[in-house]
Design a protein around this ligand. Structure first.
Ligand code: UTP
Length: 274
């Protein structure tokens, strides 16, 4: 029922300069796998095999990563090194990839609107691959797809965040439906501790219904002069229903150096070396 997943990967990644001057931040490897591949694997696990990427200038390496590299592959074909390509070959076999470009980096809402032609008129997932999510059981996107099947409305993933970190997130207020699930009544983008309506912060996983595109078109730039997806979601919440889901698992902010180092240590000790 949901088959498509959008990856907005056009951002500049300024918090990770100089590493991201000529290389997309989504290609930073956590141990030996680029961030964007973790995200795509999570989408495929959730049954979202049509991957749409909203890229920008300087992001060509992302498209190349999900393509064949003939010379390299010919060189290592039949050798023991070929096994290093097994994972990415599986990903390429299971998903199809489409790309479009965001010409001006006008914010996440604008990036999602740029993906409209790739998505069409159906519900879709959104993965911000610089948020690396690792779950013990089923992945975060798979957890959210299950909820979508039940409630059929937009869903954002949330986590509890300490008060002094809330200014980095969109923060929600909501009415509890059941443990870990809220119907959103308010949302504030990057609030001060005083402005924050709760300690529940939106992270980089969404399921969106396609009416969001018209709403984004009518959403003026908000905080920092960017078209904010939170503003569009607030309109959607007022018109109907948007849910906030406290996902099961860990999330690392790999757009920041600290989060990236934490993720690297965690993956190395608990997955790569396990
Ligand atoms: P971020 O604000 O985390 O990404 O946006 P950024 O702008 O690349 O990072 P910094 O702050 O400069 O370090 C969240 C996600 O939205 C995408 C980014 O690529 C990232 O995955 N994004 C953001 C776009 O695709 N386009 C935009 O105009 C803004």
């Amino acid at each position: 029922m949901i088959k498509k997943c959008l990856f907005p990967v056009a951002g500049y990644g300024t918090r990770f300069l100089p590493a991201t001057k000529a290389m997309p931040k989504e290609m930073l490897p956590v141990v030996n796998k680029p961030l964007v591949q973790y995200g795509v694997e999570e989408a495929i696990e959730a049954g979202l095999n049509d991957i749409g990427m909203v890229t920008g200038r300087g992001k060509r390496a992302i498209a190349d990563h999900f393509d064949v590299m003939y010379e390299l592959e010919d060189q290592i074909s039949g050798t023991s090194k070929e096994e290093y390509l097994t994972g990415i070959r599986e990903v390429m076999g299971e998903a199809s990839f489409s790309f479009t470009r965001q010409v001006e980096m006008r914010g996440l809402g604008d990036a999602i609107l740029n993906g409209r032609r790739l998505i069409g008129d159906e519900p879709f997932g959104v993965v911000l691959s610089d948020d690396l999510c690792i779950a013990d059981g089923e992945g975060v996107m798979a957890q959210m797809v299950k909820l979508y099947k039940q409630f059929r409305c937009s869903i954002v993933a949330i986590q509890e965040v300490p008060e002094d970190q809330l200014h980095k997130f969109g923060v929600i207020a909501g009415e509890k439906i059941k443990d870990g699930l809220y119907q959103i009544t308010d949302m504030v983008e990057k609030p001060t501790a005083e402005e924050a309506p709760s300690n529940l912060a939106i992270i980089g996983r969404y399921i969106l219904t396609p009416d969001i595109f018209d709403i984004i078109e009518d959403t003026p730039p908000g905080k920092n002069g960017e078209v904010q997806i939170t503003d569009a979601l607030m309109t959607q919440a007022k018109n109907g229903c948007v849910l906030a889901y406290k996902f099961k698992g860990k999330r690392f902010d790999c757009g920041s150096v600290e989060g990236f180092v934490d993720a690297t240590n965690y993956v190395f000790n608990n997955i790569y070396n396990a």
